[in-house]
Structure formats: C-alpha cells, structure tokens
Design a protein around this ligand. Structure first.
Ligand SMILES: [Zn+2]
Length: 135
C-alpha cells in the first residue's frame, strides 16, 4: 500500500523587503554601500538591517555604512564545493551569511575578507558577488 505521493508544487510568491530591507538594497544598488541599521537607543548595529531593535524594542530609522571588510567567524563547504561563511563586518555588531569566493582549503576562521560587488547591480543580495580574502 502506497503511503505517500511524491510530487512538486509550484508556489509563485512575492516577499516585501520592508523599510529596512529596501534601504539596504537601494544603497547597495545605487551607491555600492552595505548599510547596517543602528538603534539610536542602545547603539547596536544590525546587519542585515532591522526596522526594530530586538534588544530594546525600539523603532530603528538610522542607517550606517557597515564598510566592505569583515572577519570570517564560521564557515561551511557545500556539497558542490562552495564556501558559505558567517562574516562579522567591521561596521556592524551582528554577523551575516554570504558566499566566500576562495577555495575551501584556503578559508580559515579569523580570516579577513572584503565584499566583491557586481559591476551591474540590480538591488539584490546577489549584488554582492561574495567575499574575497584581504591580502
Ligand atoms: Zn536597541
């Protein structure tokens, strides 16, 4: 007796980026700047940007340049050999995930990396091609 059916369901959707996400993607596309949201109450800088501070439950409406460099805190290698890293940007207090554009054997925790932006940006997280080692 068959207990399940294996199939695929297509679900087209749109997801709003919200105010903070929109500010982030617009700055990335138009100016090549990586923005963090800064809480005016506690000063914590969130990347990706948030519209409220989960530490003090305050609305956030200030954005700061998080810079382009940071440090690899953790990483993993996917089955197809790509490296995904947890990166702590110099201008933010929360780490984020992105692709590391180095061979897996060359990536180390604590390694300094710099964002490589695409020449043609369209307002997407993939406008950051990934992170390269700072030499
Ligand atoms: Zn706060």
């Amino acid at each position: 007796m068959k207990k399940y059916i294996k199939d695929t369901i297509s679900i087209p959707y749109q997801w709003t980026t919200g105010r903070a996400g929109s500010a982030f993607l617009t700055a990335l596309k138009d100016d090549g700047v990586i923005l963090a949201a800064r809480c005016s109450s506690c000063g914590k800088r969130y990347l990706p940007p948030l519209s409220f501070c989960p530490a003090c439950f305050r609305h956030i409406d200030e954005y700061v340049n998080a810079g382009r460099e940071g440090e690899v805190k953790e990483f993993t290698v996917t089955r197809d050999g790509r490296v995904i890293g947890v990166i702590q940007m110099d201008g933010a207090d929360t780490p984020w995930l992105h692709v590391i554009l180095e061979p897996p054997e060359d990536v180390k925790v604590g390694m300094r990396v710099r964002a490589k932006l695409c020449e043609q940006r369209r307002g997407s997280i993939t406008d950051i091609e990934g992170f390269e080692r700072v030499k």
